[in-house]
Design a binder for this molecule. Structure first.
Ligand code: ASP
Length: 373
């Protein structure tokens, strides 16, 4: 019998015997694993950037979260430590430090977190000067009676909590891209809102076509959800929001039920993509409710994508096929440890980490082709 088989048998037999195994290393990843009687298999799901950026270290967000979680750390602490890697990495220009700024060149960040077992949550919106808004969201959860603090109040709160406040979270790259966008939309004139939105969208699409911008940068975020072997579920979402948004615009990420929702007994869901479409339908909440009624994570995700598609009727939001001209994605897990990544248009991926290590998987798409077709 192979060494691998022996280890597997050992773990199974021990679990059957009702033993808790502390610090057993996974065969495949070397991750320490804690198994308990009646255990759920620990799992982390996230947007694809959760398995892309390492900020010069050795682990991606999902690996970090999974490692900490299986070593016994609190699930939310583990997830936040994971997304901190992406927030701090200047190469991800959709989250935290180096996130693409608003229309005035200022980086404003949104984040929320939700703790299933504690039934508590916290969030910040349009916060400036703090690289890790997810940690401020957690501080709101732990230190206040509130759920959401925004703008200057959020920054003042963070300062009071001892967070370092910086004048500017732009990197050379994010500033360069904003200046290019600004130049293209003619900053000499303040266009009427429709023309301004059209000009901004057109400039962004041109930059995208020229390879100056990746599609996920227009919309980009990290959502990360996890369940440990005790079945404890938490989630976090953090973002710089829509690139070049109107200052003060807050998307779905810090809004419970939209960018994130967790019910400790049922599951978790979070989102990236066009926040306004999500807000109109409160999709993460709907997904969790669908799962409460027994839907598999994938079916629950498909249900909200259909709702978004059916509720998108404004012409400016439709492509030539009469379908939504934007992308939106959901990352979902349930209390049984089942999971899914779903997306409006096929071709997107998502990240997952379990005892077999981190993986980037194909998300299940509702529609074919491209949003712009
Ligand atoms: N959902 C985020 C927002 O709308 C951004 C994104 O994920 O693209 O702010």
């Amino acid at each position: 019998m192979s060494k691998k088989m022996k280890r597997r048998d050992f773990m199974r037999n021990s679990a059957v015997a009702g033993l808790a195994i502390a610090a057993t290393k996974s065969e495949v990843t070397g991750f320490p694993m804690i198994l308990t009687q009646g255990a759920v298999k620990p799992l982390v799901v996230s947007s694809a950037n959760g398995n892309r950026f390492k900020n010069g270290g050795t682990l991606t967000a999902v690996q970090k979260a999974f490692t900490m979680m299986t070593e016994g750390a609190d699930v939310l602490d583990s997830l936040i430590a994971g997304v901190n890697i992406v927030e701090l990495d200047p190469l991800d220009d959709s989250v935290g430090y180096g996130g693409l700024p608003n229309a005035e060149g200022i980086v404003q960040l949104d984040s929320s977190c939700m703790h299933g077992p504690k039934k508590r949550a916290g969030a910040v919106g349009a916060i400036e000067g703090v690289r890790t808004p997810s940690l401020v969201a957690k501080a709101v959860m732990e230190n206040t009676d509130h759920h959401l603090i925004v703008g200057k109040g959020a920054q003042d709160f963070a300062r009071g909590m001892g967070f370092k406040i910086e004048d500017d979270l732009n990197t050379d790259n994010s500033r360069k891209q904003w200046l290019e966008w600004k130049r293209r939309i003619d900053p000499q004139h303040y266009l009427d809102p429709k023309k301004r939105a059209e000009a901004g969208h057109k400039a962004a699409l041109e930059m995208y076509a020229l390879g100056l911008l990746r599609e996920e940068n227009l919309h980009g975020t990290i959502n990360c959800d996890g369940i440990n072997s005790r079945g404890e579920i938490c989630g976090v979402t953090t973002t710089s929001g829509l690139a070049w948004k109107i200052p003060g615009r807050i998307g779905d990420s810090p809004i419970l039920g939209a960018g994130l929702y967790v019910d400790g007994a049922v599951g978790a869901a979070g989102s990236t993509g066009r926040g306004e479409a999500n807000l109109y339908n409160l999709c993460s909440f709907v997904i969790v409710e669908e799962m409460r009624r027994g839907a598999h994570p994938k079916d629950a995700g498909m249900e909200v994508l259909k709702r978004i598609k059916n509720n998108t009727v404004e012409k400016r939001l439709l492509n030539s096929r009469g379908l939504p001209n934007f992308g939106i994605n959901f990352y979902i897990l349930n209390a049984k440890g089942e999971f899914a990544g779903v997306t409006m248009y096929e071709g997107q991926s998502f990240a997952m980490c379990n005892e077999n290590g981190p993986q980037t998987l194909k998300a299940e798409g509702l529609l074919q082709g491209k949003p712009t077709d």
